[in-house]
Design a protein around this ligand. Sequence first.
Ligand code: FUL
Length: 442
Amino acid sequence: MKKNIAFLLITILFSLPGFSQEKFGPTPTKEQLAWHDKEFYLFMHFGPNTFTDLEWGHGSEDPNVFNPTAMDCNQWASIAKASGAKGIIITAKHHDGFCLWPSKFSNHTVRESKWMDGKGDVLKMLSEACKKQGIEMGVYISPWDRNHPDYGTPQYNEVYINTMKELLTGYGKFFELWWDGANGEGPNGKKQQYDFTRFKDSALSYQSQLVIFSDIGPHVRWVGNENGIIGETNWNLLDTAGFKRGEGAPPNDTLNSGNYNGKNWIGAEADVSIRKGWFFHPGEDSTVKSGATLFDLYLKSVGRGGNMLLNVPPNRAGLISSVDSAALMSFKKIREEAFANNILKGANILRTKEFIEIHLANEVSLNTLVLKEKINLGQRVVRFEITGGNDINKFDPIVAGTTIGHKRILQFPTQKLKYLRIKFTQYKAIPILGDIEGYLAP
Ligand code: FUL
């Protein structure tokens, strides 16, 4: 009977004007929605720097320094898959200009190296491996190029577009294109004026499903730090008018939290390396983050409504080192255990404009909640408070927070309760949440 009344109430409420499933404010495109659902994927920095112990190659390195001895992209992709990552973004070209594929538009590529007698193509090997494992692939193509002789001239914009075209038309579909903000001098001492508008239009003309990352999007934004941490308040909204990539980008704290009233939907992607450097350095094995540290970063990125881009750089053999893969597997295990059994499944849920109440049949112990907004209808929740207990007339404070977006993971000291209430204390439009999950994480 009680259940029927609740159901009736929900039906009535959802048919009221404010409850209609209308979009509110900027909303994500279907490509951005698919991107949000990926949540966690790997970054791989690989190239001459792997062999020279540098982070920023000069562009004048002998191509022969690139010489992985046991290169195996199937190992990369199978480790990525086993870790639960949805894809791999590879540095097809980093700032040193070295192309991991035999580009027609450069003389500084795998073709000029002795590796596989100049016949190797990392992009081809990786795209085949990802396909085999059923994961997706993305490309980092550094606009800054310390090798290309045309860098710093208008001609370089043509070179960059041709380079993108070659990659975007030769290796199957990518999910993401990564534009780094660093912009220094080329080999001729000149800085480039990038034609990003044309870069964007051409990239999308070759692969319209792409999401493009940069400090300011257009589709995905940097979070203002390289520690993998998104702001506790995270709006998927950003104002980009008047801002540039690199120098001229919005302040880091703005990128970290987005703009409350931002005009564009631009989700946050937290990039961080599993070890100290972005590239592999033999002396940095001891800096590999533990599974527990990675899980903490997961809570501070995916758990704050953004995505986690975790860099796991292949070593000089051309393999993921065993310390890194062990940390990834431990991270996977912690996630699996934390989200093993949704205690709230099947509970009675009562929704009103200002709160959601969950009534359980029996008392449960729980220390984790996962909330999701239906972001296809816009990001609406500004602030919320969660209370609960064993008495329908007495709700004690448990946890409070700001913004939900794609996902909000809340962890708190274990509570024993039968009743749970999520109260929206501030919202832009009537909150519309998806499934609410609860767990008892070890
Ligand atoms: C930075 C680059 O300069 C680093 O080398 C690295 O690629 C990192 C992910 O982005 O801006």
